[in-house]
Each structure stands twice: as structure tokens, then as C-alpha cells.
Write a protein that binds this ligand. Structure first.
Ligand SMILES: NC(=O)c1ccc[n+]([C@@H]2O[C@H](COP(=O)([O-])OP(=O)(O)OC[C@H]3O[C@@H](n4cnc5c(N)ncnc54)[C@H](OP(=O)(O)O)[C@@H]3O)[C@@H](O)[C@H]2O)c1
Ligand SMILES: C[C@@H]1O[C@H](OP(=O)(O)OP(=O)(O)OC[C@H]2O[C@@H](n3cnc4c(=O)[nH]c(N)nc43)[C@H](O)[C@@H]2O)[C@@H](O)[C@H](O)[C@@H]1O
Length: 316
């Protein structure tokens, strides 16, 4: 790609899409395009095909998806499976049909088996059963990885999949019913601090381990994939270190200055016990994460303070 290449960022208003837009703009890309879901519903095959045929982008970054935390995934299996299949199938097929040069598909670490050896290597895909709370979403994402791999194998095209670990940062979803754990904790500790340091209820046992990558680091991985032809079809993208949910809670509690009690609600699911990524293949190419968890949490909390009241609600 060159700086004038036309790059369509599907999902450009989301947490990842907006970070990719900022990163590509900062890197000098001048011809970015995006459509909101109200302007173009990516589940509609005819509309997507027509849009790609008329815009003829040089590259597509697929950051559009039905996304949510453990409970949303568990409670709404159908849209997490079907919306995601429809969105990615329509984009991948239109990109193939209209000779889009580069396609970057974003998946998630939940594609790997629930009890795979740690850290998770790309080769562990499809070697065991999935985690049940998000198998619907994972199966859609696995189908996306395989569709890109098939096009690459059969037609030699530059279609690549990046699998980020759990992400967080500006424009995250802070809605407590549908969010991931990190933004949920920011909101819960902030609200409880304001409410005389009231008790905070968190989900599960606190023992699962998670790896967290700042979305601006993820966006740099996407810029890297825009600027280089990556030799393999699938790359993990993470920091290489993880912590327990309990440790995360204590870190966020301290950063926010909440001094009340933490209660664990064991009626809520724990999910996968651990999903630390092995990102050595991506690191070997030259990308690595730069933003420490503590700096990232502080920055995200500042963003939260400046943007309260403007959070999007996810429609499920
Ligand atoms: N968040 C994480 O922790 C995480 C971790 C690993 C991987 N990822 C991956 O990163 C990608 C983006 O996630 P995110 O966290 O940025 O999610 P997000 O903030 O919820 O953004 C998703 C975007 O998808 C768009 N979208 C959803 N349904 C659509 C539809 N039917 N038609 C058109 N657009 C639609 C939305 O557009 P509108 O805003 O216009 O409605 C939104 O901008 C996903 O593929 C996800 O799997 C995220
Ligand atoms: C990246 C995404 O990760 C998702 O899995 P996953 O890390 O378990 O999703 P999270 O929702 O981030 O939850 C991670 C862990 O934090 C615990 N947790 C504690 N308190 C809370 C809370 O208030 N809210 C939330 N949301 N969790 C909380 C939760 O029980 C789980 O063990 C997948 O469902 C998606 O498909 C995707 O892969």
C-alpha cells in the first residue's frame, strides 16, 4: 500500500476501527473510507457488494463485528454467530470478487481451544473443544480465518488474519451488561468511589487469567500489516504477559482510588481459565506492544472521565 491507497475500515466508529483510523492518519494515509452501520448494514450482502464494487478500495480492514463480554456472548448466541458470519462473509466475498488487493481480518483469542497449552500458538487452532460461553462467536471467527486462508491458498491473495488478545482503550464499551471486564471494572470502581466507596460486585471467582493489549498497540499491528505483506495467514497479537482477574481488579481499584470492599458473584461465569497468546511470530516480523497495562488503564480512565454520558449502547 502507499499513502494514497484507498483503505476501507469496516467498523471505523468502534474501539478498534477508530484506533486504526487514528493510527493510519498519523502514519500519513490520506484516503480512508468508513460507513456507519446505519449507512451500510454489513449483514446485507447485496448492499456490501454494491458498495465495494463502486468504491473499489485497495485494502479492507475488517474491524466490524458484533462484540461483547462474557455474559453478552453467553446470553445472545445467535447474533454473535450469525451477524459475525454475515458481516465477514459479505466483506470477504466482495473483496475477492472485486479484486481488493489486501484484506485484514480481525478475530479474537477465543478461537483457540479452552484448554490448549499456554501460551497459545497459532498451530493450536482446531485442536480441541472451545469455551462454551463464547463458542458461537469463536466459530464465526474461525470461519473468517479459514475463508481468508482458503482465498490465500487457492488464489495467492494477500488476505491475512490478526488475532488480538483482550483489548481495551478509548471508545471501549462501558455498558455493564455487554462490556468486557476492564471497562466494566473502571465504571464499577468509579461509580462506587463516588457513592461513598460502596462495595463493588465483580463476576466469577477472580481466578481466571487474562492478557490485555491497549487498542493503540493493536492499531500499530494493523498499520504494520497494511505496510507489509505478511508471510503467514494467521498471527497472534498480544503483550506476552497476563494476570488474574483479581489482580486486575486490585490494579484498577488502586488507579481509581476506591477503598471499599470487593465481592465476587459466583453465579456469573469465569469463562476460559487462561488465554495467554504466544505472539512471537508477529514480534519476529517487527511489531511489539509498547503501552504498559498501568499506563493504559490510567489513559483509559482519563478518557472515561472526559467522555461520560456519551457511551454507546450495544444493540443485541
Ligand atoms: N474488544 C476486544 O476486547 C476485542 C478483542 C479481540 C478482538 N477484537 C476484535 O476487534 C474487532 C472490533 O472490535 P471492537 O472492540 O472495536 O468492537 P466495537 O467497538 O463494538 O465496534 C464494532 C464496530 O462494528 C460495527 N458493526 C457492528 N455490526 C455492524 C453491521 N451489521 N453493519 C455495519 N457495521 C457493524 C459497528 O458500527 P457502528 O458503530 O456504526 O454501529 C462498530 O463500529 C472485532 O472483530 C473483534 O472481534 C476485539
Ligand atoms: C475478547 C473477548 O473476550 C470474551 O471473553 P472473556 O475474556 O471471558 O470476557 P470478559 O467479559 O472480559 O471477562 C473476563 C473475566 O472477567 C470476569 N469479570 C469479573 N467482573 C466482570 C464484570 O463486571 N464484567 C465482565 N464482563 N467480566 C467480569 C469474567 O467473569 C471473566 O472471568 C469473549 O466472550 C469474547 O468472545 C472475546 O473473545
Amino acid at each position: 500500500m502507499n499513502k494514497e491507497s484507498k483503505i476501507y475500515i469496516a467498523g471505523h466508529r468502534g474501539m478498534v476501527g477508530s484506533a486504526v483510523w487514528r493510527a493510519l492518519t498519523a502514519a500519513g494515509y490520506t484516503n480512508l473510507i468508513g460507513k456507519t452501520s446505519a449507512e451500510l448494514d454489513l449483514r446485507n450482502q447485496a448492499d456490501v457488494n454494491q458498495f465495494i464494487a463502486s468504491e473499489k478500495p485497495d485494502a479492507i480492514i475488517d474491524a466490524a463485528a458484533k462484540v461483547g463480554g462474557i455474559l453478552a456472548n453467553n446470553d445472545f448466541p445467535y447474533p454473535f454467530l450469525m451477524d459475525n458470519l454475515q458481516i465477514q462473509n459479505n466483506l470477504i466475498q466482495a473483496a475477492h470478487e472485486h479484486e481488493v488487493q489486501k484484506f485484514i481480518f480481525l478475530g479474537s483469542s477465543c478461537i483457540y481451544p479452552k484448554l490448549a497449552p499456554q501460551p497459545l500458538k497459532e498451530e493450536y487452532l482446531l485442536t480441541g473443544p472451545l469455551e462454551t460461553t463464547n463458542e458461537w462467536y469463536a466459530i464465526a471467527k474461525i470461519a473468517g480465518v479459514k475463508a481468508c486462508e482458503a482465498i490465500r491458498k487457492q488464489f495467492g491473495k494477500d488476505f491475512v488474519s490478526l488475532m488480538p488478545t483482550n483489548l481495551y482503550g478509548p471508545y471501549d464499551n462501558f455498558d455493564l451488561k455487554t462490556s468486557h471486564v476492564l471497562p466494566a471494572m473502571i465504571r464499577k470502581f468509579h461509580d462506587a468511589k463516588k457513592n461513598n466507596n460502596a462495595e463493588v460486585t465483580l463476576w466469577g471467582s477472580g481466578t481466571p487469567m487474562r492478557e490485555f493489549l491497549h487498542v493503540d498497540d493493536m492499531a500499530q499491528a494493523v498499520v504494520f500489516a497494511v505496510e507489509n505483506i505478511l508471510p503467514k495467514h494467521l498471527y497472534n497479537v498480544g503483550t506476552g504477559s497476563d494476570l488474574t482477574i483479581k489482580e486486575l481488579a486490585e490494579t484498577i481499584q488502586k488507579a481509581i482510588g476506591h477503598t471499599g470492599k470487593i465481592v465476587w458473584d459466583s453465579s456469573k461465569p469465569d469463562g476460559t481459565p487462561r488465554k495467554l497468546m504466544d505472539s512471537s511470530k508477529m514480534n519476529a516480523l517487527g511489531w511489539e506492544s509498547k503501552i504498559s497495562l498501568i499506563k493504559g488503564i490510567q489513559g483509559t480512565y482519563n478518557w472515561f472521565l472526559e467522555n461520560q454520558g456519551q457511551f454507546k449502547e450495544i444493540r443485541l
